[in-house]
Design a protein around this ligand. Sequence first.
Ligand SMILES: [Cu+2]
Length: 230
Amino acid sequence: VTVSAAPTSRFGWKLFAVLATLAVVVALYVWWVAGYLRVSPPTVPATYTTSAPGVARVTLQTVGSIGFGEHPTWVSYLAREPNGQWVHSTVIKVPADSLVHVTLYEYDGSTVLRNHFFGQVQGTAGGVAYANGKPYTVLDGATQVAHTFTIPDLDVNVPLYAPSSKNLCSVAPCDPKYAHTVITFSFRTGAPAVYRWQCFIPCGLSFLYGNGGPMSTMGYMAGFLDVVKA
Ligand SMILES: [Cu+2]
């Protein structure tokens, strides 16, 4: 009996060590996943006044490389607070049942569009977007599109007209002295809901098929449109 007691106790310690290690690994994993889920870009509200109900304004910019933070080389969207401050975020809050006027400062060069469906302006007021005040309904996906602003569930798609110059900005927020296109368009929101929006150019350079990195990360080329009761 005494002979078998020692191995049994040793086995008990081993089991304890294995279970303790497993518990630590699981705890670390849960902490890591929770940390991933907690990190989300701040919500940027549209400019909206109750004196002009049913109308809101959103101001965005796109840049070839954000120039700061965890991934300074990644392409990114930014959103502007009503007070004029640029925020590295793609989470936008807009009122329900409203016409949203978007002004977008596009500072990146063109990238080839793989699916030319996204070269057409869709779902905007009048079916058009404006580049420096000039209306357009379709762009050449091979040479003219920098990014797209697409809200699939609202059937909104706007290919963003790339500037032709090579004097491109690489640190956001960009100064208007750098090459850019001012793009404007409007779209309607319906009932309150959270919509996913994103760019459909595979613009994540150096990632597999261009769809990794900034393309699959909230705050860069993907975001949420939070439609709330006005
Ligand atoms: Cu893009």
